[in-house]
Design a protein around this ligand. Structure first.
Ligand code: ADP
Ligand code: MG
Length: 412
């Protein structure tokens, strides 16, 4: 089904065309008829499936329709609120709104921590109708009286599950309580954990649920591999991988901020240029790293999970997990960075002996075995273990096997 069949306004169709999108992605196709009819919608689909457009379109459509009915009689007012968990994501969503509103008079303000309070206040005074915000700074502006939410018609909670992980739910609740009851609420998330479900019950009205794919499955276009290697040779192997043919742009994930700095240092020492993204850096440094990476001035970005969640960098050819993520969900999110939308991509995970214990739960979570590989021509000091590792049952990481009564049966 083409976009033209959805009843979108011509300003929006033109913007979609300018962006080069031809057909809606599955989550867009399924959710747009509901959200454009004014219903509350909960959408879940894997990372990279086009959720941003799925909420930006109905939001703008609604605002433009309202504008026609009441061309700014009461002066500029905030009519739509998009809440997101991180500054980077806010910046990205604001950009997406801007691109879609290219042929419309609607303006969007970015309300995030780590940036000038006065600039943001001015943007509101100049008549931004859409606000794209992280919860903390939004609450600051609400408290100072520079912003009120009584005219909000549409609210979006993007990456609700991450909002929960990052401890924003109390703030989100506080904000939701300030919104007019008559508003439309859209929620998008890769997964819907129980605590998010509670927020849904509290703040959404008879929401329509739209789910695409199993949220836990990994993007199918991504080819995955495990690279067993000793901890001591990880830096060297990473350097060899990023220098391999066909590796054009890479996000390297680490478990901690300190590890991210360390990996950047390892690459630096080998004269490989990279950017770093984690939450201990200043906003300016984070923006700079993102921009250098997006513009291709720097082809390697080293990041922690939290910093990189939800960030959309279309050209990533590879994801390297320098550390095996502790949680299987994080594995899925990390490798969602590659193979986004309709592109191909590869995800490589460096596995030290100590990290082998984490692999079975990842394979169980994603429902697929991941191939073990060695990098051709790399001088391994210890031969990599290429056979699948049989996890020794420990109390925490035991794999439950169902053994039929009367003992195991064997296949002939
Ligand atoms: P999500 O929020 O689900 O992780 P995004 O909204 O960030 O995903 O979209 C991922 C990528 O897909 C973006 O680069 C976006 O430009 C692209 N995209 C979105 N919708 C379409 C479409 N209909 N056709 C082609 N590309 C699209
Ligand atoms: Mg998103």
């Amino acid at each position: 089904m083409p976009f033209t069949r959805l009843g979108l306004r011509p300003e929006l169709l033109d913007a979609i065309k300018a962006l080069g999108y031809e057909v809606p992605t599955p989550i867009q196709e399924k959710s747009l008829p509901e959200s454009m009819a004014g219903k509350d919608v909960i959408g879940s689909a894997q990372t990279g499936s086009g959720k941003t457009l799925a909420f930006t379109l109905p939001l703008l459509q609604r605002l433009l329709d309202d504008r026609d009915k009441d061309p700014h009689k009461g002066g500029p007012r905030v009519r739509a609120l998009v809440l997101v968990p991180t500054r980077e994501l806010a910046t990205q969503v604001e950009k997406a709104v801007g691109e879609l509103a290219k042929f419309s008079p609607v303006k969007c303000a970015l309300i995030i921590g780590g940036a000038s309070f006065t600039t943001q206040r001015d943007a509101l005074r100049k008549g931004a109708e859409v606000v794209c915000a992280t919860p903390g700074r939004l609450l600051d502006l609400l408290r100072s009286g520079d912003l009120h939410l009584r005219d909000v018609k549409v609210t979006v909670l993007d990456e609700a599950d991450r909002m929960l992980d990052m401890g924003f739910m109390p703030d989100v609740r506080r904000i939701m309580k300030l919104l007019p009851a008559s508003r439309q609420t859209l929620m998008f998330s890769a997964t819907i954990p129980p605590e998010v479900e509670r927020v849904v019950n509290e703040f959404m009205r008879e929401p329509v649920r739209v789910e695409v794919d199993r949220p836990r499955s990994t993007a199918t276009s991504v080819t995955q591999a495990l690279f067993p290697v000793t901890e001591g040779q990880k830096g060297e192997l990473l350097a060899a991988i990023v220098k391999s043919d066909g590796v054009d742009s890479v996000i390297v994930f680490t478990r901690t901020k300190a590890r991210a700095d360390y990996v950047a240092h390892c690459l630096d020492r080998r004269d490989i240029k990279c950017g770093v993204l984690h939450s201990d850096l200043s906003q300016k440094e984070r923006d700079r790293a993102m921009e250098d990476f997006r513009e291709g001035r720097c082809t390697i970005l080293v990041a922690t999970d939290l910093a990189a969640r939800g960030i959309d960098v279309p050209e990533v050819s590879h994801v390297v997990n320098y550390d095996v993520p502790e949680h299987a969900e994080d594995y899925v999110h990390r490798i969602g960075r590659t193979g986004r939308a309709f592109a191909q991509g590869d995800a490589v995970t460096l596995v030290s002996f100590e990290e082998e214990r984490l692999i079975p739960s990842i394979e169980a979570f994603t429902g697929q075995k991941i191939a073990r590989k060695a990098l051709d021509g790399f001088a391994y000091r210890v031969p990599p273990r290429l056979h699948s590792y049989e996890a020794r049952p420990s109390s925490k990481f035991r794999i439950r096997r169902v053994i039929p009564r009367g003992g195991p049966r064997f296949r002939r």
